[in-house]
Design a protein around this ligand. Structure first.
Ligand code: ADP
Ligand code: ZN
Length: 433
């Protein structure tokens, strides 16, 4: 088993806590150089802190704070010290910007390299980075990490699917990075072109940037005959490299030497324990240009609580898959649900292909949920009774999961809308009526 930075990855937890406390104090002092935190932290005396958990004495920072302090309100260094700007992809509302010093970029690349090596990729691999470059952090984030490891990096970005496939063939790509929705689409195009996805040289996939279920991961692994690893991050916390799966795949190791993690009740802000699902709240411990303290990520997950350190030997906590963002929650007929719950059900049916979409309408006073799913072509040649049965089975399974009875509609592969970046899973037409 390989490590990128064995000493820090396996640091005993007491030493990790000592390091976190020291870095937390430093980051608070540094944050005071920004206009925003100077006021926000005026009453805080961090010299009294005795443990990392004392972070709860600090106020939260929200996306709203970042927007209000656009552009340079959180910057702690003179502008000439910053070498890069990134932005969130604006999944929800106005974009926010993040700045990095040269050290921040090097640090980030190092973190991503840790993730890459943890997943078993190495210098001799050919890495195709099938994700947006530019202001979105997925592209450059993995790019610099992969170069640090020494892989041959093909910065192919997204789109032009046939060319992606050609590159994979010509350069014998062994590792890719992509959103789960796009890499599933690539496999459909391969099949249309008469290529077998399992016949390529691919062996490892990094998939992330959007919520996806364990079933979806298995689908990707099966289709390509690879090992797929979940990658989590967000631009406010650099981007990819915040948490990543090791070869045990029992949660994503969250790099605690770099980020201080809390899980809180999203409604009350109260601290939650391991195993309890809540909103991730994160403090950057090392970022120079733009430290962020107790950031409300909006992402829902829990700390894995199996009572054992990970068999890979890394000491850093593991987090569950991200269920979605607090603002992804749908209220349908008074019931709270997340699109990922429906994905879990859909992807457990082998007949279901790779794409689906949820439509919400209001008929009179009643919400109506239609689950549109693409089926594999061979299903359409099956007899009608079989399709009816499948429809009924899916409907029942969804209803058991979410307590709402949806309509289920079948579509041919490739017929539902697709995006090259993050998938748009929900079309909510209720507000327009
Ligand atoms: P935006 O908030 O505009 O989408 P980013 O492009 O930085 O900005 O996206 C970060 C968000 O993407 C995360 O907060 C999270 O909601 C989602 N995300 C990233 N990686 C994953 C993952 N592995 N699983 C689920 N969601 C993810
Ligand atoms: Zn592990």
């Amino acid at each position: 088993m390989a490590f990128w930075d064995e000493q820090i990855e396996t640091l005993p937890r007491e030493e990790l806590a000592t390091l976190q406390l020291k870095r937390l104090k430093n980051v608070i002092a540094r944050a005071r150089n920004s206009i925003f935190y100077r006021n926000r932290l005026a009453d805080i005396d961090e010299s009294q802190f005795t443990k990392p958990e004392d972070v709860v004495q600090l106020p939260f920072t929200t996306k709203h704070d970042l927007r209000l302090n656009y552009d340079f309100g959180l910057l702690t260094v003179p502008q000439e010290e910053i070498v890069r700007m990134h932005s969130s992809s604006g999944t929800t509302g106005k974009a926010t910007v993040i700045f990095h010093t040269r050290r921040d970029i090097a640090n980030w690349a190092n973190l991503v390299a840790r993730c890459i090596v943890m997943a078993g990729a190495e210098k001799r691999d050919v890495f195709q980075n099938i994700i947006s470059y530019g202001m979105f952090t997925g592209g450059l984030g993995l790019h610099y990490g992969a170069e640090s490891v020494g892989m041959l990096v093909i910065p192919s970005g997204v789109g032009n699917t046939k060319r992606q496939i050609q590159l994979m063939k010509d350069f014998k790509t062994t590792v890719f990075h992509a959103t789960p929705s796009y890499i599933l689409y690539v496999s459909e195009v391969m099949e249309e072109e008469g290529d077998d996805p399992r016949e390529f040289d691919l062996r490892i996939g990094f998939v992330g940037a959007e919520p996806h279920s364990e079933q979806t991961r298995q689908k990707i692994e099966d289709i390509y005959d690879i090992s797929a690893f979940n990658s989590y991050g967000m631009s406010e916390l650099n981007g990819p490299g915040v948490a990543f799966e090791c070869e045990e795949k029992s949660g994503m190791h969250f790099w605690e030497d770099q980020y201080l993690l809390e899980v809180v009740n999203p409604h009350t802000g109260e601290a939650l324990g391991p195993g309890e699902e809540g909103e991730l709240v994160v403090t950057t411990l090392c970022r120079e240009a733009m430290p962020i303290i107790r950031y409300r990520t909006g992402d829902l997950a829990s700390i894995v609580d199996d009572g054992e350190p990970c068999a890979c030997g890394r000491a850093h906590v593991r987090i569950s898959r991200i269920k979605g963002r607090t603002d992804d929650m749908l209220i349908v007929r008074g019931v709270n649900l997340y699109p990922s719950q429906i994905e879990d059900v859909l992807m457990s049916f082998p007949e279901v292909a790779t794409n689906y979409q949820l439509y919400l309408e209001r008929k009179g006073t009643l919400d109506e949920l239609t689950v549109k799913v693409e089926l594999y072509p061979k299903m359409f040649t099956g007899d009608l009774r079989m399709l009816r049965k499948l429809e009924n089975d899916i409907l029942k399974a969804i209803q058991d999961e979410i307590m709402v009875r949806p309509r289920v509609e079948f579509h041919e592969p490739g017929s539902l809308p697709r995006t090259e970046g993050k998938a748009v899973r929900v079309v909510d037409l209720r507000k327009e009526n």
